[in-house]
Design a protein around this ligand. Structure first.
Ligand code: ATP
Ligand code: MG
Length: 172
C-alpha cells in the first residue's frame, strides 16, 4: 500500500490554492480520487467549473461565509467552518479518497473558526494511505511541525499592490 504524507502550502505569496488544484489534477490523472474542502471562500470559483468535468474523480465543496477582511467572524462563520472540518474528517477516515485537501484551513484556524487541534487530530488520525494537504497563509507552527512537507510561498511582487483586482480564471 502506498504511503500518504502531509503537505502544507503557506505564506503570503500567490500560488497556494493553485498548487493544491494542480496536485488534484495530477492525482486524478493517475487514477487517484480527490476530495477538496474549501474554507473561508463563499463564491464559486472557476476551478469548480473545471473540476466538475473530472466527474467523480475530484469532489470539491465549499464551507465558507466569505472573507474575514475588515469584519469580525460571526457564529455563522464558525458553524460553516465546523461543517467543513467534519466533512474533511469523514472524507479522510472513509478511505474513499486518496488525496484530501483542506484549502484555506490555516486561515480558518488563524481566525478561530476551527481549532488547530482539529487539524492536528486529522493529521494524527489519518489512515496511512491518505495524502493530506492543508493550505493557507498563517499556518500554525504545530501544524507545520506535524507535516512532512511545508512550502512557503513568499511574495516578492504582487500586482495586487498596483491595484489589480482578483481576475476570473487567474485568481478566482
Ligand atoms: P491562488 O489562489 O492564486 O493560488 P493563494 O491561494 O496563494 O492564491 P490566498 O492567500 O488564498 O492566495 O489569497 C487569496 C486571494 O487574495 C488571491 O488570489 C488574490 O486575489 C488576493 N491577494 C493575495 N495577496 C494579495 C496582495 N498582495 N494584494 C492584493 N491581493 C492579494
Ligand atoms: Mg488560497
Amino acid at each position: 500500500m502506498r504511503r500518504g504524507y502531509v503537505q502544507v502550502y503557506t505564506g503570503n505569496g500567490k500560488g497556494k490554492t493553485t498548487a493544491a488544484l494542480g496536485l488534484a489534477v495530477r492525482a486524478a490523472g493517475a487514477g487517484l480520487t480527490v476530495f477538496m474542502a474549501q474554507f473561508i471562500k463563499k463564491r464559486r470559483c472557476s476551478e469548480h467549473a473545471a473540476l466538475e468535468a473530472f466527474g467523480g474523480m475530484i469532489t470539491i465543496r465549499q464551507f465558507g461565509d466569505g472573507l474575514l477582511l475588515g469584519r469580525k467572524s460571526s457564529a455563522a462563520d464558525v458553524r460553516t467552518a465546523q461543517k467543513g472540518i467534519e466533512s474533511a474528517r469523514k472524507a479522510v477516515i472513509s478511505e474513499r479518497y486518496d488525496l484530501v485537501i483542506l484549502d484555506e484551513a490555516n486561515v480558518a484556524a488563524h481566525y478561530g473558526l476551527i481549532l488547530v487541534r482539529d487539524l492536528l487530530d486529522l493529521i494524527e488520525g489519518k489512515p496511512t494511505g491518505v495524502e493530506l494537504v492543508i493550505t493557507g497563509r498563517y499556518a500554525d507552527k504545530k501544524v507545520m511541525d506535524a507535516a512532512d512537507l511545508v512550502t512557503e510561498m513568499r511574495e516578492i511582487k504582487h500586482y495586487g499592490k498596483q491595484g489589480v483586482k482578483a481576475r476570473r480564471g487567474i485568481e478566482k
